[in-house]
Design a protein. Structure first.
Length: 338
């Protein structure tokens, strides 16, 4: 065999060996990826499918289970929430919907990660999006679907601490008018105009008239429930020690978290419900610290997130202060009851 033919044979063999190694590596990586993407034993069953915001008697939420559908908007029947899940392919960090309009707070990955608020139609198609200035925290849509709101952290990383700043924005989806921050509204506190450099707002919840809303105001180390008016651009304080309010479907009560005395500094909250006519309230049967803006399933039951094996699980408790909390969904957060 000549030197040229020998060299050619060696080259062909080397190429074949390299190709085999590459193929093996790809198959091994694919197998590892497949193993990584399947649901954990005992975890929820999830498959891609059609998800809309008009399927009545269903729950839509952010799926937290590990696998190819993590962070996707996912749905289950409200009557059998532990059943098989249908995943949409649309990823959100925070989500809420009403009357066929959804607001999805998303991460935009790149050289420098950023975030945006995306408005979705009933088929989860993007209608508009807006860059947001920080980490997504809360999202709400008015009962009519016309108004959307979101809160983001722009400093710090938790409501539990004191070194943080938030921005709460409201969008009129019909006109496209965006209020990027409530800090431009006039504040009326204890019957007087109030001004301070340290005001923060979060946790918007809408009344049914597409004009009024409630939110949290923080200033001078205290928090307040405020009632907002989009027409007059005013905010009026109603009560202290109210965070992340959630208005009941009948518009008569506010569910919220308060910092109750005697609780640990890193777990300070207890869920309460307040009558808006009398401003009297009562604690709920959930005694664990809930760092969430609770969602009303209906006029009698509240749903909220607590830490779980996948990051978060959803629990429910009676709004009248009775009953026993129970887990509704594992590996889930940001629920909407359609």
């Amino acid at each position: 065999m000549t030197n040229a033919r020998a060299k050619l044979l060696v080259l062909v063999c080397a190429v074949a060996v390299l190709a085999a190694v590459a193929t093996t590596s790809v198959l091994h990586a694919a197998a590892r990826s497949e193993q990584r993407d399947v649901a954990r034993p005992g975890g929820p069953t999830i498959a891609a499918g059609r998800v809309t915001l008009t399927d009545k008697r269903r729950i839509v939420f952010r799926n937290m289970a590990w696998g190819p559908h993590r962070d996707e908007l996912t749905t289950v029947p409200a009557a059998s929430p532990t059943g098989a899940r249908t995943a949409s392919g649309v990823k959100c960090l925070r989500f809420y919907a009403a009357s066929g309009t959804g607001v999805c707070l998303q991460a935009v990955h790149g050289a420098v990660d950023s975030y945006r608020a995306t408005i979705l139609d009933t088929h989860l198609r993007e209608q508009a999006h807006f860059t947001i200035p920080g980490i997504p925290s809360r999202a709400r849509v008015s009962p009519s679907g016309r108004l959307a709101a979101w809160t983001v952290f722009v400093g710090g990383d938790s409501y539990a601490g004191t070194n943080f700043s938030t921005r709460a924005a409201i969008l009129d989806t019909r006109t496209g008018t965006l209020t990027p921050s409530l800090e431009g509204f006039a504040i009326h506190k204890d019957g007087h105009r109030y001004r301070a450099a340290d005001v923060n707002f979060w946790g918007v919840t809408f009344a049914a008239d597409d004009r009024h809303f409630y939110a949290t105001l923080a200033t001078k180390g205290r928090t307040y429930l405020v009632r907002g008016d989009l027409r007059t651009r005013t905010l009026t304080t109603l009560r202290t020690n109210v965070e992340c309010p959630s208005l009941s479907p009948d518009g008569t009560r506010i569910a919220y978290k308060s910092r109750d005395k005697g609780l640990p500094v890193d777990a300070p909250w207890r869920l309460h419900v307040m009558d808006l006519r009398t401003l009297r309230d009562h604690p709920l049967a959930e005694i664990r610290s809930v760092d969430d803006q609770a969602v009303w399933q209906d006029d009698t039951t509240l749903t909220y997130a607590l830490p779980g094996d996948y990051g978060a699980d959803l629990y429910a408790v009676a709004a009248d202060g009775g009953g026993t909390p129970h887990r509704v969904l594992t590996a889930a957060v940001s629920p909407t009851y359609l």
